[in-house]
Write a protein that binds this ligand. Structure first.
Ligand SMILES: [Zn+2]
Length: 323
């Protein structure tokens, strides 16, 4: 409250007037709701939340009107595989050789300076700035990808409900009878963990959800179980059907790209979820239900419990950088 903006000056409560770099001017008709000050490696930033009551909220289509779904399978070699056969590449901002090498050099420069000295501090700032650059590049790319996915002509977008936190967990230590630690594969997994962190699927999913809501689409999260092992043609589930990037069904011989097959499975699961929700809603209108219907209802409730409700975005964030 009490935040004012005049040209390239901003008034913040308890601080007063200060100059800043007005990167995005506030459109007319909006009122300032809040400001968030953030310190990053290369300076201070302020995000301003603005509101215009005359702009309507983004209302998503009702679930009954959904006819087409786009399945997205997220990966590391390629960032996203779509059920329509398209792939979106993963630029690997933090795990590519060039950046890794540059980070290593800058970190070494820090380590060689006397702790607590001015030069140590200066070198540390340079490391921080590189980290910031990587993060900013990733953010920009993710918005681009989210926009691309959300602008497809479908009614809903389906993704896997991944437990990324669990995927990043360390391997359980292996101890032999003499109490010595055995190789548990953690050092091998470290690289994979870094790739998972770099791809940051959760953040990308959030951006897709936001962009989808803007274009009146909903995001459906499905259970990731067996999505990469199931054959999309005959429905046979077997881990041996998958050979790295290739998928060859051991039951019917169907051949496909493994991740596109997974994306198609995600799409199908989402369609099933929608169908069961519609069925459940129509059953709730009926006064009496047979035992079988009741059972079916319970199943559909369980499968739908993981579906996230679409968020309503009314406020628009505008980021302005203080110089
Ligand atoms: Zn098959």
């Amino acid at each position: 409250m009490g935040i004012k903006i005049q040209g390239n000056k901003i008034y913040l409560p308890k601080i007063g007037w200060m100059r800043f770099f007005n990167s995005r001017p506030i459109p007319s008709g909006f009122t300032i709701k809040a400001a968030t000050i953030r310190k990053r490696q290369d300076g201070w930033y302020v995000s301003i939340r603005i509101e215009d009551k005359t702009v309507p909220d983004y209302n998503t289509h009702p679930i009954t009107s959904i006819k087409s779904v786009l399945g997205c399978d997220m990966g590391i070699v390629k960032l996203v595989h779509l059920s329509d056969g398209h792939q979106i590449k993963n630029p690997k901002f933090a795990t590519n050789k060039k950046i890794k090498c540059r980070l290593k050099i800058r970190q070494r420069r820090v380590n060689r300076k006397v702790k607590g000295s001015k030069n140590h501090k200066k070198a540390a700032i340079k490391v921080g700035k590189l980290h910031k650059k990587i993060a900013d590049k990733r953010q920009a790319y993710q918005w681009k990808v989210a926009n691309l996915i959300a602008s497809r002509s479908v009614d809903a977008i389906a993704v896997e409900d991944l437990n990324v936190f669990g995927m990043l967990k360390r391997c359980r230590p292996k101890i032999d009878e003499k109490g010595r630690f055995l190789n548990n594969g953690q050092s091998r997994k470290k690289g994979l963990n870094r790739s998972i962190s770099d791809a940051s699927w959760n953040e990308l999913t959030q951006k897709i959800e936001y962009m989808a809501a803007k274009s009146r689409k909903i995001l459906i999260k499905v259970n990731p179980k067996h999505t990469s092992q199931k054959c999309n043609v005959c429905g046979h589930v077997d881990a041996s059907s998958r050979d790295k990037e290739k998928f060859i069904c051991i039951s019917c011989g169907h051949m496909a790209h493994a991740d596109i097959n997974a994306a198609k499975n995600i799409k199908e699961l989402a369609m099933l979820n929608i169908a069961s929700t519609v069925l459940r809603d129509s059953e709730e209108l009926e006064p009496k239900g047979s035992k079988r219907l009741k059972q079916r209802k319970e199943i559909s409730v369980r499968s739908m419990s993981k579906r996230t409700e679409p968020r309503n975005f009314s406020d628009k964030d505008i980021k302005l950088a203080i110089s």
